[in-house]
Design a protein around this ligand. Sequence first.
Ligand code: PEP
Ligand code: MG
Length: 572
Amino acid sequence: MANTITGVAASPGIALAKVFRFTNTPYIPQKQTIADAEAEAGRFRQAIEKSKGEIEEIRVKTEQRLGAQKAEIFEAHLFLLEDPDLVDSVLDKIADEQSSAEYALYEVTTAVVEMLLELDNEMVRERAADVKDVSGRLMSHLIGKPYASLSGISEETIILAEDLTPSDTAQLDLNYVRGFVTEVGSRTSHSAIMARSLEIPAIVGAGAASAAVADGVMVIMDATEGKVIVDPSEEVLAEYREKKKQYDERRVQLKRLAEQPSVTADGEHLELAANIGSIEDLGKVLENGADGVGLFRTEFLYMGRSSFPTEEEQFQIYKHVLEKLNGKRVVIRTLDIGGDKELPYLELPKESNPFLGLRALRLCLKREDLFRTQLRALLRASIFGKLNIMFPMIAVLSELREAKRILEEERAKLEQEGVQVSSAIEVGMMIEIPAAAIGADFFAKEVDFFSIGTNDLIQYTMAADRMNESVAYLYQPYHPSILRLVNMVIKAAERAGIWAGMCGEMAGDQTAIPLLLGMGLNEFSMSAGSILPARELIGHLSKQEWASLSEQALAMSTQEEVQQFVKQRRPI
Ligand code: PEP
Ligand code: MG
């Protein structure tokens, strides 16, 4: 009898195959004292050398298949094998407590993993997986058993596991492995990142329900929706075979567009850019042929750690992004912390309405030290590409002017210090507060560009918290009131001779795109995976035709009317 399990759609695609249950159950040694501590230390050192050899082999293979960045995980593993906190602690235990190498290793790594898992930080918790992986490998050498491996799979398979370590994922033979489902994990876990690089379907965080699925049972993974159908009927199988065929054909077709320009049916060139949160996202940006980066959410550089990133750290990251984009536009947004994005080490007083509180630029103007550090890093990086700096959450002109004044002060200081800064940096602002949208004409005189942040603009216009499920129905991007605000902003930009972009979710929405094109939006910034479908769509749209159709939509009274209207007229 079929049942459905849901999880996080970590890497899209559809797969149908039998389950291969993968368990890498850790070996738990008994406490044991030994007579010859010297010999025991020797055994442990030998296990380290053998593990190093294996990991180096996997590292080289991964670099060849997936590139240097993905292979870095294994450099981290090699580094762990030299880490005194781990190696010396085990050797000390062997020497001081006459402990067997197995038991010393078990005690030391269990303590490290527990300590990492206790930290309230997803990225650090992911490191626990690395320590477990390395210690499992070392243990296998100590007990003389092969480290459980996925490399022997020789028939079409969907892997179900509690979790997959980086070395598990690196060993997947893609001739046979059709996808994987893990009980734990999030979109940023290593296994999820790897799956996206390998472009195989993956669902993570599927919970305990997936643990009950037996080896050899037929399953369907719909990783576009995060759904696993266990033991499907022939009818459902046939339905998904067809869906998979269509999905795969479409993916191949869309990939051809990666090298193509973003141009409408009537010859209008647009910019289809990508939103990023870290340099990890750049692979997809390039692969999907983005025309640039339209939003780099820099707050993610500050999150998942226990202290502020230094000027030098930030400089290196901004420089890397600019260089990778090779002259294409990169819009870097200054710190947008607050609201749903908290920084525990910032120690701000609790607010009862954080979305209406001291967030983003408001905070940066209060904490100028943080702001100046980020601006210096950006200015220093500016000579490595086409940098645009963008300020978030502006409501009044004085905020914009103050931010620009501080930016100019830092530029002057750097120049005085003899540091080169580009003279071509564009400075813009996000339009995400209704006051900024309504007053777009006076803001337009003082910036080089606008980028409309519809995620916030909609929540503030509709007075509906974007995190609150019970008012989610008020997230209405096609509501005529929202469309009118967006149109006002685009028209104000046009009159002032500056460009207007959008970096909220609405920019990648297939129903919104024709209307935004008609209104005259110049740049659409979205998650990398949405770029090729958007490029395909605009290739079928005439800007001129949608200019008059969007006028009609603006005169309607409900979101449903607009939706229906676009659906009937959209060519694909
Ligand atoms: C937005 O508000 O639309 C936006 C792009 O910013 P964020 O989602 O990071 O708040
Ligand atoms: Mg926002």
